[in-house]
Design a binder for this molecule. Sequence first.
Ligand code: GDP
Length: 285
Amino acid sequence: LHQFLHGDESGSSSKNSSLPSILLAGPSGAGKTALLTLFEKRAGRKTSTSTETDEKKSTEPAATHTSQTPVSVQLNAASSEEDKVKKFLLIDTPGHPKLRSTALSHLLPLDPKTGRPLPPSKTSQIKGVLFLLDASTLSPSSPDSSLSQAATYLYDLLLALQHRYSRYTKGSKHPPSIPVLIAANKLDLFTALPASLVKKELEAELGRIRVSRSKGLLDSGVREDDLGAGEKEEGDDWLGEYGSERFEFRQMVEFDIEVEVVGGSVVGGEGPGCEGWWRWVVERV
Ligand code: GDP
């Protein structure tokens, strides 16, 4: 019922690529593999047939995680009204800094021949991005703080969505919006920041990144040039409201990007679980 589709990259000819998709992104160690396994189990429970295989599968890890190709898993989301099954793909992407362009190329796809960006509406069925991060190491005062890593990735991801919005206007028509769920994971751990603080710390860090990039001091993550977007204009790397002093997620609304921060936990019985994330996903596919 749910198949593994190893290496089903965007734009592939597989008929599954026409299914609504959720892109799963986030730094390494955030819990993406664990979440994939859990969602799989969840989806398995909703389906009545082939329980045996479902059970067998759910005890196995979801996918090889060091894999350099995105992994798509087809899940079933039962809608509450009718008991029908919605199918969607959860596209897992690598979190390693050198491989993050994989996730970004789903949002701003490239023409394999010319390397130029393709209009996203033609290739993408992406209904949302689930950006998972480890909230237990996010505090700037934590010894191995993951804040800067996570924020750098998030900056590039939100900027790709911002460019997607502003560059692919046809008349007054923009591409379909892609909302972002920032899933603050590992809230079962006592060092974890609650969602409200995760939001605050990320906004502050994204604001710092924005200033350093505008000064050309920082050069990390995937740049526009790598994406083959051609000439840059002033302010192109500026995330959110141009010239504003503080960065806030709500500035992304101007680019039709809705950003939410929701806490949860994938493992650990004490934690809040991932019901909130699942609901967000099911509402969007
Ligand atoms: P990935 O690199 O994003 O795929 O991260 P993994 O799924 O491999 O998870 C990294 C580590 O975090 C593993 O040891 C997981 O067991 C652990 N982990 C994932 N989610 C949670 C959680 O909600 N709470 C706790 N305490 N640990 C978690």
